[in-house]
Design a protein around this ligand. Structure first.
Ligand code: NAD
Length: 482
């Protein structure tokens, strides 16, 4: 199926890249090219930034906070009206099951738009008692032009996590989706126009990371970069953004520990261990990719995890019954399979999966959900983010050993703790160096709850009221009454 040629959305108009260049979009489940999108040049980035700046200084600043909220609310409504179509696009370019796109990602994105719609007119300054006779107050002002740069794993949702608070607080946006998954961000741009956002408030440009992305990061007309992606890309972005002292928030990689104590509800923990790693094909930044198991239950527990994993079937992402789809791209698929070989070479024991999966078409980047036992903390699969369906099981001796092993990572995005002991649960939660700790559950999110990293998983928070701090700046006004 060919979806045709897609253009850039700049200043409310759809246009080709200035160079006329395009990039193919591939369906990872069939390996077919499904669309051609514009490959934005530096000139296109300039035009998008100029349009966002003009909208920020002009029409967008004239619109009341309540009206901004109303527009965001309508955008959420429009997204749900078009949910079937948008979910189909999300599955086509990403390979995730249509069940996940339609029932989880799209509704969560709409909810996020409407959650931040509610905040638009509820963030304000304060009056402050100072010495002398003065009226002193603060104003919460928008930052200006925000660039949102997003990865390919939750292409629409991770865009909305940035676009919604940015627009709610009165900023304008240049959105750049990942080159593999540009279709739903472009659809969001059209929906924003349809519901009445003024031209230039939300611009969507597609292009390569090293070219278009880098041009955005270096652009002096951008006030803030909101980035989700790889830790190494994040480091480069921070360096480049330093030149013009841009605000930066980074949501980066993870190697999250999912800790199972012997006193846990083991059936629930088995489900939590598999959902923790295999939801979203393991292409989830917070995936519980390190399963830490208390030594006394290790063998019994791993047997159950392996058995449950072997029962999971990989299928056509467009089939509503499928729960495990195709990995997102050829390069990524090969990289993940490379980690399987490394794990075997380094002495880990393969307990389930470990190979390409075939759904009967002989095509597509399908991989079996994979579990490795006997993993030690120095092994590559215990240290590096694989970002795929590969679970590394490591044993621990006691509570302190579990905490030490869990924190033995450059990352600190999320963690899970499974125990029936309330004291132990809270103690371990307090000791884990992670932005989110789930107790007796895993991979649950709500737009009202902030999410973000510790350590090299980044800084800043998305979702929840704390996200708003990263899209405003504080002005202090002194009025002499003396
Ligand atoms: P990536 O860093 O390769 O790409 C992310 C985005 O950055 C893409 O839009 C890409 O085009 C762009 N980009 C690449 N190089 C750039 C540059 N030099 N300047 C500006 N932009 C550039 O990451 P990916 O492979 O698309 O995504 C996977 C990564 O994202 C994983 O590490 C994962 O853990 C992380 N992730 C983190 C979170 C979180 O919330 N912490 C959520 C999802 C994914």
């Amino acid at each position: 199926m060919m979806l045709g040629k897609k253009q850039l959305l700049i200043n409310g108009e759809w246009r080709d890249a200035s160079t006329g260049k395009t990039m193919p979009v591939v369906n990872p489940a069939t390996e077919d090219v499904i669309a051609e999108v514009a490959n934005a040049s530096t000139e296109d980035v300039d035009a998008a930034v100029a349009s966002a700046r003009a909208a920020f200084d002009g029409p967008w600043s004239q619109i009341s906070a309540r009206e901004r909220g109303r527009l965001l609310w309508k955008l959420g409504e429009r997204l749900m009206e078009q949910a079937d179509e948008v979910a189909r696009l999300e599955t086509l370019h990403n390979g995730k099951p249509i069940f996940e796109s339609r029932q989880i990602e799209i509704p969560m994105s709409a909810e996020c738009l409407q959650y931040f719609a509610g905040w638009a007119d509820k963030v304000h300054g304060e009056t402050v008692p100072v010495k002398g006779n003065a009226l002193v107050y603060t104003r919460r002002e928008p930052l200006g032009v925000v660039a949102a740069i997003v990865p390919w794993n939750f292409p629409l949702m991770l865009a909305v996590w940035k676009v919604a608070p940015a627009l709610a607080m009165g900023n304008t946006v240049v959105l750049k989706p990942a080159s593999q998954t540009p279709l739903t961000a472009l659809a969001l741009g059209q929906m924003a126009l349809d519901v009445g956002f003024p031209p230039g408030v939300l611009n969507v440009i597609t292009g390569g990371g090293a070219t278009c992305g880098q041009a955005i990061v270096e652009h002096p007309g951008i006030d803030k970069i909101a980035f989700t992606g790889d830790t190494s890309t994040g480091k480069g972005i921070m360096r480049s953004a330093a030149e013009t002292i841009k605000h930066v928030t980074l949501e980066l990689g993870g190697k999250s520990p999912n800790i199972v104590f012997a006193d846990a509800d083991l059936e629930a923990a088995v489900r939590g261990a598999t959902v923790g790693i295999f939801y979203g094909k393991g292409e989830v930044c917070a995936a519980g990719s390190r399963l830490l198991i208390e030594a006394s239950i290790k063998d019994r527990f791993l047997e159950k995890v392996a058995a449950r994993t072997k029962k999971m079937s990989v299928g056509d992402p467009m089939d509503p019954k499928t729960r495990f789809g195709a990995l997102s791209s050829k390069t990524h698929f090969e990289r993940v399979l490379g980690y399987v070989e490394t794990a075997k070479r380094e002495g880990a024991t393969l307990l389930a999966g470990g190979a390409r999966a075939d759904i009967g078409t002989g095509k597509g980047y399908f991989m079996q959900p994979t579990v490795f036992g006997n993993v030690t903390v120095d092994m590559t699969i215990a240290r590096e983010e694989i970002f795929g369906p590969v679970l590394a099981a490591i044993e621990f001796a006691d509570v302190e050993d579990a905490i030490a092993k869990a924190n033995n990572s450059i990352y600190g995005l999320a963690a899970g703790v499974w125990t029936k002991d309330v004291k132990k649960a809270h103690y371990v939660a307090s000791k884990l160096k992670a932005g989110t700790v789930w107790v007796n559950t895993y991979n649950v999110y709500d737009t009202a709850m902030s999410f973000g990293g510790y350590k090299q998983s980044g800084f800043g928070r998305e979702m929840g009221m704390h996200a708003l701090d990263y899209y405003t700046q504080l002005k202090s006004v002194w009025v002499d009454l003396g």
